[in-house]
Design a protein around this ligand. Structure first.
Ligand code: AGP
Length: 607
């Protein structure tokens, strides 16, 4: 939810920290701040990192901590911006997560004479460390350990003390922390993107772990100070991946990358002649998967809608009963799962709190857990028993676009993998595999037609409401299309299974309430035409998403966007692309920052 970044080495920290925050802003951007060793105070500002950069020019220390915030407790304001400090301005902290017992801790600390400067939960940690230092002979490290043990909730933190310039403590519980290993310098961040500019060698902290870092080196341990050896890994991404590459927005860049993203998802994973999917990340659980009788897919937002598409694929082509659950619901539900059930967590960031919590609850019940994750080394990737990486590269735009397409591609591979363990014939397997190989070119054709989509989008840019409808595989795509429009253009948009029109939504239709109808030439095409007729009869405007060559549909609708023909089970991989572009063009026409929509953050690592 927030982004934290810290540095210790020989260089001037302020400039490095500001640059790092700029890369992390997509995680949260309502306020920001930095503290560097030797300073008597932090510099903080409301709004984007740019507002802090000017103030930071005077900071000279060669180590420091920094934070860009997405408010969870306390409105966006300078006093609530991190870093936070204790009564003596000695302990400095930046925090990503939620301290659930902060009220009780704050009351106790206030009774002990502490005075608080902010409304945040995070500030409690600085005063708690101060309190422990009184009892532990001013031992900053021991006091940090003791304070963190009292925290209930989630944290990814970076901590400094004014008497220990160059020393940074970091720890995590539920919010990601990665340590970058430079030569004589170290970086700490919420995710690898800001570290990439300096080094590709990293170590990831696990929950309950603590690291003490200075320019001389680092040690990792448990909160109880039991040493941990962690072999560094190398980040796959490169710096260009996290730059806009000449596009005005990351969102458009990432949509344009989608043909390559499908290729990256399927590369080396198809055995065409035998119609098989080879998924290395499932090798160790292949036999166990052969015995699975039920699947439960869990995700949030777009990842959830990808899961609903996966359900249709897995039930129709692998013959496995599949449920799909929203993470924030499943984590609190009674889980009636057994050893013949497998949970599949879908998450681009691999850090979504609700999805992670549902996975952990399932694990506690002994259920097999798998992940479909994009961020390598992320928590969900490491917590699940096995899984499949998307290899989509970093997705910086808050709206999920290329990651969603990659999730659908991996779900198709999953379906092939499980289906060919069961009754799917080699012929059907080959048919799916061959069609998957053709999809990048088919997406390319849609992208080449994007000027027409832009023209149509501009006709609707002042619309206040939008309905999206689809059936079967394209019912979840109607919901995903509506989510895209909502989250980047702030227009009220609803997704619906088209068959539901008569059960309520039709009442909303009039000239001012247009509908996007996803109507490829598939097994429910005629039903979609009937739904379109219902809408037209009420003077509702309709944009149809149709299969290339379908001239009939023209007579029924106001605008048509065409997409190439493909297998019904793979049609969502094509149909979502025009909807992503449509949302992008309307939002940019309305002048909004599509990469950082208001009130949202890229990675929802708190409830
Ligand atoms: C979708 O455009 C949103 N950014 C959001 O719904 C996102 O899909 C959801 O928060 C899940 O994120 P994850 O894939 O990182 O778990």
């Amino acid at each position: 939810m927030c982004g934290i970044f810290a540095y210790t080495g020989e260089k001037r920290a302020a400039g490095i920290l500001i640059d790092g925050l700029r890369v992390l802003e997509y995680r949260g951007y309502d306020s920001a701040g930095i503290y560097t060793a030797g300073s008597s105070a932090a510099v903080r500002a409301v709004g984007t990192v740019r507002n802090v950069a000017d103030k930071a020019a005077r900071l000279t220390g060669t180590s420091g901590i920094a934070h860009t915030r997405w408010a969870t407790h306390g409105a966006p304001s300078e006093k609530n911006a991190h870093p936070h400090t204790d009564c003596n301005k000695s302990v400095w902290i930046v925090h990503n997560g939620i301290i659930e017992n902060y009220k009780k801790l704050r009351e106790r600390l206030t009774e002990h004479g502490h005075s608080f400067a902010s409304e945040t939960d995070s500030e409690v940690l600085a005063h708690l460390i101060e309190e422990h230092m009184k009892a532990l002979g001013n031992d900053f490290e021991a006091s940090a350990r003791a304070a963190l043990k009292e925290i209930t909730g989630t944290y990814g933190v970076a901590l400094m003390h004014k008497s220990l310039p160059g020393t940074v403590i970091t720890a995590r519980m539920g919010s990601p922390i990665v340590i970058g290993i430079g030569s004589g310098e170290y970086f700490i961040a919420s995710d690898p993107t800001p570290i990439l500019h300096h080094t590709k060698d990293v170590v990831y902290l696990n929950d309950g772990e603590f690291a003490l870092i200075s320019k001389k080196g680092y040690t990792i341990s448990t909160l109880d100070n039991a040493a941990i050896e962690r072999i560094p890994s190398t980040i796959e991404w490169n710096i260009d991946d996290v730059k806009k590459g000449g596009f005005e927005h990351f969102m458009l860049k990432e949509i344009i990358e989608e043909p390559e993203v499908i290729l990256n998802a399927i590369r080396g994973r198809l055995v065409i002649e035998e119609g098989l999917a080879q998924l290395g990340g499932l090798r160790e659980v292949e036999d166990k998967l052969a015995g699975i009788k039920r699947l439960v897919i869990v995700g949030c937002g777009s990842a959830y809608y990808a899961g609903v598409v996966g359900k249709y694929m897995l039930e129709e082509y692998a013959g496995i009963p599949t449920e799909v659950e929203i993470g924030s619901e499943l984590r609190y539900r009674k889980m009636l799962f057994d050893e013949e059930t497998a949970i599949i967590g879908i998450s681009q960031s691999g850090e979504t709190a609700d999805t992670l919590a549902a996975i952990k609850e399932a694990q506690r019940k002994g259920v097999m857990t798998l992940g479909i994750v994009n961020a390598v080394g992320s928590t969900i990737a490491r917590e699940t028993e096995a899984g499949v990486y998307n290899h989509a590269g970093p997705e910086i735009g808050v709206a999920s676009t290329k990651a969603f397409l990659s999730q659908l591609s991996v779900l198709a591979l999953f379906t092939l993998f499980l289906g060919r363990q069961r009754d799917m014939s080699p012929v059907m397997g080959k048919r799916i595999a061959e069609e998957l190989l053709l999809l990048p070119g088919k997406v390319e054709r849609i992208l080449n037609d994007r000027e027409r989509i832009r023209t149509i989008a501009h006709k609707y840019e002042q619309t206040r409401d939008f309905l999206y409808i689809g059936r079967k595989y394209n019912s979840p795509i109607a919901y995903e299309g509506a989510l895209k429009l909502k989250e980047v253009s702030y227009i009220h948009a609803e997704g619906y299974g088209a068959g539901e029109m008569k059960h309520g939504p039709l009442a909303m239709i009039d000239e001012a309430f247009p509908t996007f109808a996803i109507a490829p030439k598939d097994s429910v095409y005629e039903k979609m035409i009937s739904n379109i007729e219902e809408i037209k009869a009420r003077k509702g405007r309709v944009i149809a998403l149709a299969t290339e060559g379908d001239m009939t549909i023209n007579e029924h609708v106001d605008d048509v966007i065409y997409m190439p023909k493909t297998l019904e089970m793979l049609s969502p991989i094509l149909s979502v692309v025009p909807l992503q572009l449509f949302a992008y063009y309307i939002a940019t026409a309305r002048g909004f920052n599509v990469d950082r929509p208001r009130n949202l953050a890229k990675s929802v690592t708190v409830e």
